[in-house]
Design a protein around this ligand. Structure first.
Ligand code: SF4
Length: 479
């Protein structure tokens, strides 16, 4: 797969060890971003009776995996019961520490930290407007634009200065929530946001629900996370997904939900194919179940006589199991992945990146020797990985290699938070099916149809849970 995951976000409210829980949540979401990680924690005492903002927000972030960035001493220093955390793979903005998240801003009326998964399509215009009215930026990230916009809206609405919100708590709280709603209406694109002040946690999902975000209960508090696997990782209880176009405010008064926009659900379909973990459930659809179903439909659409079915780890495995079930061809492991190679493993040239496939994947020759093999992968992007994969299988003695793909041909780049090659680099954009087959060296090649993929997803959830962005297959985007 040549697509790169976007980001993962976590938010905690009302737990004594918020930083540690956020850390565990981020580790569970590590697959969504390996370039940087960060956690912001408020040390405000939530037990105070008033709308306390006596504490401050502390932040630690750095480049690398969660376990590289956070050592024991960092977590010990981040004391408090409200937190937001972020893992990042760069989309908008460069790969530098300045663009690592969460972003934290401290103003005369308090502090705000923000963690964003997604990509704004109107951030250039908004940034320019904000700069014209005096805002300054410390990064090139679209996410910082959201933070500055909230602040500007709050000030324009008459938010009262003072070191904390204490002095004007009720009035400031109302104005701050209005500023959040107004900001959510102005930003366009994909966004799943965890925002915190010194005494509250806020979740926002864009009106199309392009990126996932869910909420769970943890002891007496709450957890927000990009995927439900992060709620499981902290032994929380999943409550529900944040709905598209919904804002959830959590503070000492409890949890309040606001719908701020007309909803047209179009969740990224690639979450189910590739990005999300198989043990997550997004908008009522269990991810691994979706992959089984895609494999079943693929078998129906492009069955072929073969001896074994194998799946390319990790995300091709679910579809391979589904294909095997529906076709009656036995599933075998066939191929293993080196778990210790991160997705950002350094290979500076294209040739080296291609050669990396040999380091990353290897065949189990005993499963494949003299066999007709159906190999299922989640997608073909540039085609280079697929070509290497076919070589690996042939080298291991496969008699025939039949390549099956559990997503339709990717013909268009993504502008909504996924790093994709340009249109000219997408092999399905420039080549016909038979040309791709020859290019990758397979004996046969077939992709699932778009209709088949939608049918597979509809089998897993109710109608209300369906509605997907299919931009990279058909070039039509929700925004
Ligand atoms: S264009 Fe493709 S990768 Fe991007 S959000 Fe839509 S479905 Fe997902």
């Amino acid at each position: 797969m040549g697509f790169r995951d976007e980001c993962g976000v976590v938010g905690i409210y009302g737990a004594d060890n918020a930083a540690t829980l956020t850390y565990y949540g981020l580790v569970a979401l590590q697959h969504r971003g390996q370039e940087s990680a960060g956690i912001a924690v408020s040390d405000t005492t939530l037990k105070a009776a008033d709308g306390n903002t006596d504490g401050k927000i502390n932040l630690h972030k750095g480049m690398g995996l969660v376990s590289d960035v956070f050592k024991k001493e960092h977590l010990e220093q981040l004391k408090g019961s409200i937190a937001v955390g972020h893992v990042r793979y760069a989309t908008a903005g460069g790969r530098t520490i300045e663009n690592a998240q969460p972003f934290l801003n401290t103003y005369k009326f308090g502090s705000i930290a923000l963690a964003h998964n997604g990509q704004l399509v109107n951030h250039t215009e908004l940034r320019s407007l904000l700069e014209d009215s005096g805002s300054t930026f410390s990064s090139s990230s679209d996410s910082e634009v959201i933070l500055k916009l909230i602040v500007r809206e709050f000030i324009e609405k008459g938010g009262k200065p003072g070191h904390s919100l204490n002095e004007n708590y009720a009035e400031n709280k109302k104005l701050f929530e209005e500023a959040i709603v107004e900001t959510a209406r102005q930003i366009k694109g994909s966004f799943a946001l965890c925002i915190m002040t010194q005494n509250s946690l806020i979740a926002i999902r864009d009106p199309n629900g392009i990126r996932p975000l869910c909420i769970g209960k943890i002891n007496n508090g709450y957890i927000l996370a990009s995927e439900s696997c992060a709620i499981d990782a902290v032994n929380g209880t999943i409550i529900r997904d944040i709905a598209p176009g919904e804002i959830v405010f959590i503070d000492k008064d409890g949890l309040r939900s606001v719908s701020y926009a007309e909803i047209k659900k179009q969740t990224c379909i690639f979450e189910y194919v590739y990005f999300a973990r198989p043990d997550s459930e997004i908008d009522g659809i269990p991810v691994q179940e979706a992959r089984y179903r895609m494999g079943e439909v693929l078998a129906r659409e492009s069955k072929i006589a073969a001896d074994v079915v194998i799946g390319v780890p990790d995300s091709g495995i679910g579809a391979a199991i589904g294909y095997a079930r529906a076709s009656g061809i036995p599933y075998v492991t066939g191929i293993v992945k080196n778990k210790y190679i991160g997705r950002t493993f350094i290979a500076p040239t294209q040739a080296e990146r291609e050669a990396m496939v040999f380091v990353k994947l290897n065949a189990i020759a005993n499963d494949l020797r003299n066999k007709r093999v159906v190999v299922i992968d989640d997608s073909i992007v540039r085609g280079t990985t697929s070509r290497r994969l076919v070589q690996i299988l042939r080298r291991a003695g496969a008699k025939e290699v039949h390549f099956r793909v559990s997503s339709p041909p990717v013909k268009f780049p993504c502008h909504l938070g996924i790093d994709t090659p340009s249109k000219g680099e997408l092999i399905s954009s420039t080549h016909e099916l038979e040309e791709i087959r020859k290019e990758i060296g397979a004996d046969s090649l077939a992709f699932i149809s778009l209709e088949g993929m939608l049918e597979a997803l509809e089998m897993c959830g109710d109608k209300a849970s369906c509605g997907f962005c299919k931009g990279c297959f058909c070039g039509e985007y929700p925004v």
